[in-house]
Design a binder for this molecule. Sequence first.
Ligand code: ADP
Ligand code: MG
Ligand code: MG
Length: 251
Amino acid sequence: MLNIKDLHVKLEEEDKQILKGINLEVPAGEVHAIMGPNGSGKSTLSYVLSGRDGYEVTGGEAALEGEDLLEMEPEERAAAGLFLAFQYPVEIPGVGNMTFLRTAVNAQRKARGEDELSAGDFLKEVRAKAKTLKIDADMLKRPVNVGFSGGEKKRNEILQMAMLEPKMCILDETDSGLDVDAMKLVSEGVNALRDAGRGFLVITHYQRLLDHIKPDVVHIMADGRIVKSGGPELALEVEQNGYADILGEVA
Ligand code: ADP
Ligand code: MG
Ligand code: MG
C-alpha cells in the first residue's frame, strides 16, 4: 500500500536535513506504529507524504499503490486514498463542519469519477458515524474545530477519516491530549476502519494507544531514520526503558 525508499528530506528555507533515508513498507491490511523521541522527524514524514509546503525531497521515493506520491498535489494524494489526521488540527472559522465534510467527500468522489452523495445519504452517514464517536449535532454545525476541546478536535479528525474511507491512514499523535475515554473512542473509530484493503501508520509517543490499536509492526525513529523495527513488544520495551537503551544499542 505505502512504499517508502531511502527518503531524504530537508527544510526548503534552511539547510537542515530532517529525514535521512527512511525505508518503510506498509502492506494493505496492516497497522504499523512509529514511535520515537521528540524531533526525530515523525511529523515531517507525515507532512511530506501528504504534500505540505516547506520541505524539499532531496532523494528517495514514496508511492501509494505503486503511484508516485511525491509528484502529486496534496488533493491528488487525498483522491488517491491518502489521509492524514493532524497532530495539531487547525480551526477553520466560517466553514461549517458539516459543509467541510460534505465538500471533502464529494470532491473525493468526483476525483474518482463517482457521483456526489445526495444530501440525504450524506446526512444519514455523517450522523451515524458521528454518533459512534460521540460527536453531537452541535459539533457538526459549528465551524471546523473552532472552540472544540483537544479531544473533540482529535475525534473530529477520526470522523473525517471515517467519512473519506481512505486506503492509507496516517495518524500523527492522535492520542496526545486525549483522556482515557476519548482515547477509547478514537481507537474504536480506527479499529472499525481496519480492513484487508487499508493500511495504517500510527505515530505515537505512548504505548497505551497501542493497547487499543494493536499494531502488526512497530518502528522506532530517531534523528531522521528508522533505527529499529519489531513486533508490538518493541513498544512495551520503550514504555519500560525509554528510548535510551534502544538508541544506545543501535549506536
Ligand atoms: P517529531 O514529530 O518526531 O517530534 P518533527 O518532524 O516535528 O519531529 O521535527 C523534526 C525536526 O525538524 C525537529 O528538529 C524540528 O525542529 C525540525 N523542523 C521541522 N519542521 C520545521 C520547520 N518548518 N522549521 C524549522 N524546523 C523544523
Ligand atoms: Mg513532536
Ligand atoms: Mg510530531
